[in-house]
Design a protein around this ligand. Structure first.
Ligand SMILES: Nc1ncnc2c1ncn2[C@@H]1O[C@H](COP(=O)(O)OS(=O)(=O)O)[C@@H](OP(=O)(O)O)[C@H]1O
Ligand SMILES: Nc1ncnc2c1ncn2[C@@H]1O[C@H](COP(=O)(O)OP(=O)(O)O)[C@@H](O)[C@H]1O
Length: 202
């Protein structure tokens, strides 16, 4: 911890008291996958579906974060690590407010994902691998980035000249190259709803 810094751990309201107010259990849902795999589409759909069911949510999407608190970061290994560190710290703040927090960031290496998990805390971290192979994402090319990367106009592109290590033990895997959007979203909801449902004590 930095010198001469004195956080006020004992004076803050507990997370539990906020979860009781919101009648939900907080969780960080960390969506991992290649650009174009379906992270943002499913993160938005999940947030909307949870909201409709009465949950307070917050969506933290890589592209959005990179337009704000992470706007000085690029795509080197060091910058991606810092991108994930800040994003995980932001997620941790929402978690402490009792909010169901959905993070959609490529998070390309196990080292980076371990960093996120260690900041958020293992019991609060729910990793979802949004799986679509490079070729499928390149075929979709939602933003035209694959075309540019394959033409050499973008460097350090994930899956091309920057690494993507597949998650080995995600809590959930969604294969968007097999399942359509509706099926994918239902699988997410089936897995997540029981984990955020409030169970009153006593
Ligand atoms: N070189 C390179 N590699 C990968 N992605 C690139 C790159 N340059 C720009 N983009 C755009 O940045 C989005 C990924 O940002 P993330 O913060 O999720 O990336 S990371 O977790 O730090 O690796 C990514 O968004 P998604 O397509 O939603 O994944 C792209 O829009
Ligand atoms: N099962 C699915 N779930 C989510 N998106 C899908 C699925 N199948 C096909 N797609 C398409 O894949 C693309 C994913 O883009 P996007 O959500 O922006 O990905 P990412 O955020 O990972 O870069 C969209 O065009 C979407 O319509």
């Amino acid at each position: 911890m930095a010198e001469n810094i004195h956080p006020i751990f004992d004076q803050t309201l507990s997370r539990t008291s906020k979860e009781e107010l919101l009648r939900q259990r907080a969780l960080v849902i960390w969506m991992v996958g290649l650009s174009g795999s379906g992270k943002s589409t499913l993160a938005k759909g999940l947030e909307f579906a949870l909201h409709q069911r009465g949950h307070l949510t917050q969506l933290l999407d890589g592209d959005n974060l990179r337009s704000g608190i992470n706007n000085n970061l690029g795509f080197s290994e060091t910058d991606r690590m810092e991108n994930i560190r800040r994003s995980a710290e932001a997620a941790k703040l929402f978690l402490s407010a009792g909010v169901v927090t959905i993070c959609s960031l490529i998070s390309p290496t196990s080292e980076i994902r371990n960093l996120a998990k260690s900041i958020i805390g293992e019991s609060n971290y729910y990793e979802v691998y949004i799986n679509a192979p490079f070729e499928v994402c390149a075929q979709r090319d939602v933003k035209g980035l694959y075309k540019k990367a394959l033409n050499g106009e973008i460097k350090n592109f994930t899956g091309l000249d920057a690494p993507f290590e597949e998650p080995q033990n995600p809590h959930l895997e969604i294969r968007t190259y097999q399942d359509n959007y509706e099926v994918s979203l239902q699988k997410l909801l089936d897995a997540i709803l029981p984990r955020i449902t409030f169970a009153a004590l006593g």
